[in-house]
Design a protein around this ligand. Structure first.
Ligand code: MN
Length: 207
């Protein structure tokens, strides 16, 4: 997908992730916040026809290649565009309880166990000061790692492919959880779509 970028569909109804993520949060998050990143990314690229063939991930992965006048806007809004596209895709009502197969083995190799992975992921996302994201990433060899990024920065900016992400901007949880970010993070596990995370893991390592 290239310029002009379009807001992707959620793939489920706004209330599909209730009670873990409420319908009003999903409606505003997708229809206002993600839509805003999308339109601002397009606005930044308007007139830069040499960049119109590039994917959003391609743009964000090589910020140094961009004109300085739009670098910040693409970092923030291109990051917001791709981060949220991943976020909707890796959630589903009634997903599997845990990863399996090669992904489960990679998580065990990196973290020791699935429970330890969950603890590290929640800790990284929970400790992110201010707005940002918690991630499970893969490198090209299939080694996975847990990282956090600030604002709308993407692991792609650091040469890593995100395969699972959780948004810890207050707009992602404040209506339902207020200041209780740890409760939101705990509930997140109920809506993870491990089939999609596994597919992203396979793509990241060329399997
Ligand atoms: Mn968000």
């Amino acid at each position: 997908m290239a310029y002009p970028f379009q807001l992707p569909d959620l793939g489920y109804e706004h209330d599909a992730l209730e009670p873990h993520i409420d319908a009003r949060t999903m409606s505003i998050h997708h229809g206002k916040h993600h839509a805003g990143y999308t339109s601002k990314l397009n606005a930044a690229l308007e007139g830069h026809t040499d960049l119109h063939g590039k994917s959003a991930i391609g743009l964000v992965s090589d910020l140094d290649a961009l004109p300085e006048t739009i670098r910040g806007a693409v970092r923030n809004n291109g990051g917001g565009f791709i981060n949220h596209a991943l976020f909707w895709d890796v959630m589903t009502p009634g997903g599997a309880d845990a990863p399996s197969g090669d992904l489960a083995a990679a998580i065990d190799a990196a973290c020791g166990s699935y429970d330890e992975f969950k603890a590290r992921f929640q800790s990284a996302a929970g400790a992110q000061f201010g707005s940002g994201w918690g991630w499970l990433c893969s490198d090209a060899s299939g080694t996975v790692s847990v990282v956090a990024t600030a604002n709308q920065d993407s692991p792609h900016m650091h040469g890593l492919t995100p395969i699972l992400g959780v948004d810890v901007w207050e707009h992602a949880y404040y209506l339902h959880y207020q200041n209780r970010r740890p409760d939101y993070l705990g509930a997140f596990w109920n809506v993870v779509n491990w089939d999609r995370v596994a597919a992203r893991y396979d793509a990241a390592r060329g399997a």
